[in-house]
Design a protein around this ligand. Structure first.
Ligand code: KG4
Ligand code: ZN
Length: 337
């Protein structure tokens, strides 16, 4: 069964054809990064306009690369939540139009469910149940994935998302957008023990995260140094910051694995591309005999193959949308319409 996936929740216009939820036949991404870089972050209005311009060509290319026409497609899966509302609307409306004109079923997909599904297309045989750490620009969750379509949030951030914190720290040391990737790159030459960040604790939950204090700590370090006429080496601050964030992500995930008895952990979301997070998570899982899955780097960031993959499982579960489908800016992963 072939699913056409469409993704436009942030600054990537993407389309992909995936067979039986696992075999990627095409994966096309039109990134707007270069344009948003000028402004230091994603400008929602610009994102919507670029999606509108790109979407037809991106979908046509995805079909062409897969050697398909719409006749070969069994269903259209589209990201409808969460994300930038104007950006989401472009993909949702395009998918609705395509569904109406071709008569193919329309399957709405939650963006974070898609990030988890990025693991299904990354080669290895992996099936729920498992524990997932989902870390993106807007979310940081520890999730009990009970089945392909049943999710239970057991830990979440109380303030910034991990990716958002990475981006803010990158800006503090003068790195251009996209911050997280650039911070990761320069940190490889830094001393991660140079600055000792506080370990944030959330009073009534051992799984929840808080990252905003780490960001403030980084900002204060830079300001205090500049007041004394000193400079902070970006590589060292970046490495120390990444250590603080990733140690927190790993330790909370290990705690959740211990308590739930999970023997499989799955990383997901843009921050799962972080080299230290991947390394330390692997080391800690090895120590505990836990099997770790991580998406291939090309599927860590936003793409439509992960949406088509999750769309397949949502389709099998009977999920369908009609032409009243709307985009939703904010929606928990465990919401079932
Ligand atoms: O999942 P994603 O592509 O978009 C959202 O759904 O939000 O995640 C984007 C986030 C950004 O905050 C970006 O800085 C972060 O993922 N990110 C990274 C790395 N690559 C992307 N953070 C740390 N290290 C990386 N290598
Ligand atoms: Zn994403």
């Amino acid at each position: 069964m072939k699913i056409l996936g469409i993704e436009s929740s942030c600054d990537e216009t993407a389309a992909s054809v995936v067979e039986d939820g696992r075999r990627v036949l095409s994966n096309v991404i039109a990134s707007q990064v270069e344009e948003h870089k000028i402004y230091g972050g994603v400008v929602p209005e610009i994102a919507s306009r670029r999606h509108t311009e790109a979407i037809c060509g991106v979908v046509e290319k995805a079909l062409g690369d897969a050697g398909c026409t719409m006749d070969d497609i069994d269903a259209i899966a589209v990201t409808y939540a969460p994300g930038l509302i104007g950006a989401l609307l472009v993909g949702v409306n395009y998918a609705k139009g395509l569904s109406f004109s071709t008569g193919k079923p329309l399957v709405p997909v939650h963006h974070l469910r898609g990030h988890i599904a990025a693991n299904y297309i990354s080669g290895e045989e992996i099936k729920p149940p498992f524990l997932s750490l989902v870390v993106s620009g807007g979310h940081s969750h520890i999730i009990n994935v009970k089945s392909y379509t049943e999710f239970e949030i057991i830990g979440r951030t109380r303030d910034d998302a991990a990716g958002e914190a990475m981006d803010k720290a990158a800006r503090t040391v003068g790195l251009p957008y996209p911050g997280g990737v650039n911070l990761d790159k320069i940190s490889k030459d830094g001393d991660e023990n140079k600055y000792k960040f506080p370990v944030p604790k959330v009073a009534d939950s051992k799984y929840d995260f808080s990252f905003s204090g780490l960001k403030t700590f980084a900002v204060n370090l830079v300001h205090n140094a500049s007041q004394k006429g000193e400079t902070v080496k970006a590589e060292d601050l970046g490495a120390s910051f990444i250590k603080a964030v990733t140690d927190l992500l790993v330790s909370h995930t290990m705690e959740a694995a211990k308590d739930t008895g999970a023997k499989t952990i799955v990383l997901a979301g843009g921050v799962s591309a972080n080299s230290r997070l991947r390394r330390v998570m692997q080391e800690e899982c090895d120590k505990r005999n836990i099997k770790l899955f991580m998406p291939e780097l090309k599927y860590c960031g936003d793409n439509a193959a992960m949406i088509a993959s999750q769309g397949y499982y949502e389709y099998l579960d009977g999920k369908r949308a009609d032409l009243t489908l709307n985009a939703v800016a904010s929606m928990p992963i465990d919401f079932n319409a």
